[in-house]
Design a protein around this ligand. Structure first.
Ligand code: HEC
Length: 228
């Protein structure tokens, strides 16, 4: 294994941890809703994604409990012990579902959809040179993320990419498959994937100059990567 591959693996783990910790933070924040608004913690940029998680978790628990109670009532007619058993079962189910959400894929269905090219997609068109210049600035911009990272934090001088980066787009990317269920990704979709996953942020507006700029800059990065 080359050091590059090891580093990519490390970065992938890091991104996973980030993806899991943001929803968890939000769940905690939502539990103390008053404290949230007072401290302004509700301004977590990826709140939409995290909220989805929190909601499904809450739903998992609620469903589990409700089911347990209903079953318990039914059985209670026969014997008192039935109630206890059924309730226990219900709760366990709820917890298991909640855990699955938190430890599982980590990305909400809405976000999985949001990183895919929309129907009738018309990318922003501009002069390639000025797009590349803007793209380089954005590549180093930590304000694009919710966690203080810039693309450059992971990808300076061709670092952090797997070998698939040399392939013509669209192509298979491990993170696209494992976290977003995509068999193939276009380069602009890859930018959106890294915006959502390692950067813990929102996808860029599909028609925006920013997305076109980052995509053009990444195209140049790919050329450099191929010639390394
Ligand atoms: C926390 C680290 C991290 C940050 C920050 C990050 N990425 Fe990535 N990026 C990765 C990892 C890990 C991979 C390898 C994914 C794989 O191969 O499964 C990757 C892969 C890529 C690829 C190549 C995928 C391929 O094989 O074709 C592109 C392009 C990319 N990132 C763009 C960006 C852009 C643009 C940003 C900023 C918006 C960004 N990345 C921010 C971790 C990061």
């Amino acid at each position: 294994m080359s050091t590059d591959t090891n580093r990519t693996e490390l970065l992938r783990k890091l991104s996973r941890n980030l993806m899991v910790s943001v929803p968890v933070m939000t769940v905690v924040a939502m539990a103390g809703a008053t404290a949230v608004s007072d401290n302004g913690f509700s301004l977590i940029p990826s709140a939409e994604a995290a909220q989805g998680e929190a909601e499904s978790e809450a739903k998992g628990e609620a469903e589990g409990e409700a089911k347990g109670e209903a079953e318990g009532e039914g059985e209670a007619k026969g014997e008192a012990e039935g109630e206890g058993e059924a309730e226990g079962e219900g709760e366990a189910e709820g917890e298991a579902e909640g855990e699955g959400e938190a430890e599982g894929e980590g990305v909400s269905e809405a976000m999985k959809q949001a990183v895919r090219r929309p129907e009738g997609y018309q990318p922003y068109e501009g002069d390639a040179d000025s797009l590349a210049k803007k793209g380089e600035t954005l590549f180093n911009d930590t304000t694009l993320s919710s966690n203080g990272l810039a693309c450059a934090t992971c990808h300076t001088n061709g670092a952090g990419y797997a070998d698939t980066f040399s392939n013509d787009y669209p192509h298979f990317v491990a993170m696209g498959k494992s976290d977003f269920g995509m068999d193939m990704v276009h380069l602009d979709e890859m930018v959106q994937i890294c915006m959502v996953a390692p950067m813990a942020s929102q996808p860029l507006d599909w028609a925006s100059e920013e997305l076109a700029a980052l995509t053009e800059y990444m195209r140049i990065e790919q050329e450099k990567f191929r010639n390394k």
